[in-house]
Ligand binder design. Structure first.
Ligand SMILES: Nc1ncnc2c1ncn2[C@@H]1O[C@H](COP(=O)(O)OP(=O)(O)O)[C@@H](O)[C@H]1O
Ligand SMILES: [Mg+2]
Length: 297
């Protein structure tokens, strides 16, 4: 039975993010981003580069301050990071002088200082085995491939026993074969641990294959949820079955059409004095900033 609690496990409401621009003005990157996520659901978040995907994910992680609106996870409004949410970024940033085991243990010690040593060892061993590194626990990062290092990053995240797993382009640096292996690792873990998850990706195939719903973000500034596509494939999903299913291509085309359509309404890229492109704005906004800037200088 779906109760209210588990039908809206994560509630992102009217989320706003403003970053200051070089002229001291607030530049609204995300506006009124609304999304309810069911417990155990897997969401993929796609959108053009710079639209604000990482901004939304890091706010959900509690690592990036919220400018407006709110996020509730499991009936509790979030206020900073917490052990209920773990993040995997593109690069795992392992401690080079520590083995895979010790890298994972580091986080476990921080988050569960009162758990017995024996139990902590069990958690670390279980997590590394879950990502297929049961026999490589004593290896140092320099002895591991990029894919293996990212497995350690995933083990480190699940060892914290989170309820929500957040993945920001976690396979972006990996070759396609390793990418597929790790997609399967994540899918297995989510099913086993009954985690709720969100993956930011710009790979349309990945977005469809992995998720229950693909959330398409509109372009910034003031980016929000543009469209949501339900992916009807049952679980467990077999890669070959999914990729051979005619619906797979329909879903894929839908996402590509959304992205293609949006690529024409980006607005003007605004290059600031330091040469950095801070985002895409509509022409009127660029004009207002230009006039303000002239007044100041
Ligand atoms: N710390 C920051 N300060 C100022 N602007 C930022 C900061 N982080 C991101 N931005 C801007 O916010 C927008 C969204 O960034 P981001 O969330 O990283 O996009 P995405 O992950 O979709 O590529 C971009 O225009 C980016 O330049
Ligand atoms: Mg990003």
């Amino acid at each position: 039975m779906i109760t209210k609690e588990n039908s809206q496990f994560v509630e992102i409401s009217n989320l706003i993010k403003e970053y200051p621009n070089p002229y001291g003005e607030d530049f609204r990157v995300v506006e009124n981003f609304d999304l309810k996520i069911k417990e155990g659901e897997f969401i993929s978040l796609i959108g053009h580069s710079g639209c604000g995907k990482s901004t939304v994910l890091t706010m959900l992680a509690g690592l990036n301050e919220i400018s407006g609106g709110g996020i509730i996870v499991g009936n509790k409004e979030i206020d900073g990071p917490g052990p209920d949410r773990a993040v995997v970024f593109q690069a795992p940033c392992l401690m080079p002088w520590m083995t895979a085991f010790d890298n994972v243990m580091l986080g476990v010690k921080n988050v569960y200082p009162h758990v017995s040593k024996q139990e902590r060892i069990q958690i670390v061993e279980y997590s590394l085995s879950a990502v297929g590194l049961g026999d490589e626990m004593k290896k140092y990062p320099r002895e591991m491939s990029g894919g293996m290092q990212q497995r350690v990053g995933i083990a480190r995240a699940i060892a914290l026993q989170p309820r929500v797993l957040l993945l920001d382009e976690p396979f972006g640096r990996l070759d396609s074969l390793t990418r597929m292996e790790l997609q399967d690792v994540i899918i297995d873990i989510l099913a086993k641990e009954k985690l709720t998850a969100m993956i930011v990706t710009h790979d349309v195939d990945e977005a469809v294959f992995m998720a229950d719903r693909c959330v398409m973000m509109s372009n910034g500034p003031k980016a929000g949820v543009g469209e949501i596509l339900e992916i009807g494939f049952p679980r467990p999903r077999e890669r070959k079955e999914v990729f051979d299913d005619p619906n797979f291509f329909a879903y894929r085309e839908h996402l590509l059409a959304f992205l293609e359509q949006r690529s024409h309404i980006k607005g003007e890229p605004r290059v600031f004095a330091n040469g950095e492109i801070l985002g895409f704005m509509d022409k009127e906004r660029v004009e207002v900033i230009r006039r303000n800037h002239e007044k100041v200088s």
